[in-house]
Design a protein around this ligand. Structure first.
Ligand SMILES: Cc1cc2nc3c(=O)[nH]c(=O)nc-3n(C[C@H](O)[C@H](O)[C@H](O)COP(=O)(O)O)c2cc1C
Length: 194
């Protein structure tokens, strides 16, 4: 298999192939963050496209991940598409997306998702499911037939990559591993042993 010399292009090729398979979540990726003193944590989030800097996802800035990313702006992402036996790993630094990008994505979301984001102090303890639903329905009534404003604590992050690794299963577990490392504005490409 030939790999594109630019990792963003290679990523788009594999990502579009995954999207074409009509998987439920071709855009699901594991996001690993780390506290300033080195304790990692990981969870799934949805990939929301590349901008000129890197890979975007959206969340609550006050959530556990949000706080970890703001305090230690370094992260790793992992995609796995079992249908193709492919994994992509991405490592880099974290920036907030612009307000315009966060607004644009917020405005594209279904109303229910916006109300849910508004009603949920993500990662904080809640007394019960009932409490969550009560808050959701209150906000639904409050904003009936009105635009739902994006809260300032909700928005995007962009992972600006300095390393990509494309992994593909091979016969006899002799897998392909193609690694790209950023050197200034160029990308250095090498093959790793499986
Ligand atoms: C497939 C999948 C996609 C998800 N996408 C997102 C997402 O895009 N943004 C988000 O904040 N949480 C998303 N979640 C929920 C997170 O995994 C996590 O439960 C939540 O963000 C709280 O994480 P934290 O406490 O580490 O901040 C998703 C979960 C799954 C299983």
């Amino acid at each position: 298999m030939n790999f594109h010399p630019h990792p963003f292009e290679q990523f788009q090729l594999w990502y579009q192939e995954a999207v074409s398979q009509k998987l439920k979540y071709p855009d699901a990726m594991t996001l690993a963050t780390c506290t300033p003193d080195g304790f990692p944590s990981a969870r799934m989030v949805l990939f929301k496209g590349l901008n000129t800097r890197g890979l975007r996802f959206f969340t609550n800035y006050e959530s556990r991940k949000g706080q970890e990313l703001l305090q230690n702006p370094r992260a790793a992402l992992v995609f796995y598409w079992s249908i193709f036996d492919r994994q992509v790993r991405v490592e880099g630094t974290i920036e907030k997306t612009t307000e315009a990008e966060s607004n644009e994505y917020w405005n594209s979301r279904p109303r229910g998702s916006c109300i849910s984001a508004l009603s949920s102090a993500q990662s904080q303890e809640v007394a019960s499911r009932d409490e969550l639903e009560k808050r959701f329905f209150e906000l639904e009534r409050k904003f009936a037939e009105q635009p739902i404003p994006r809260p300032i604590h909700w928005g995007g992050f962009c992972l600006v990559p300095h390393r990509f690794e494309f992994w593909m299963e091979g016969a006899h577990r002799l897998h392909d591993r193609i690694c790209y490392e950023r050197v200034g504005t160029a990308w250095n490409m090498k093959r790793l042993a499986p």
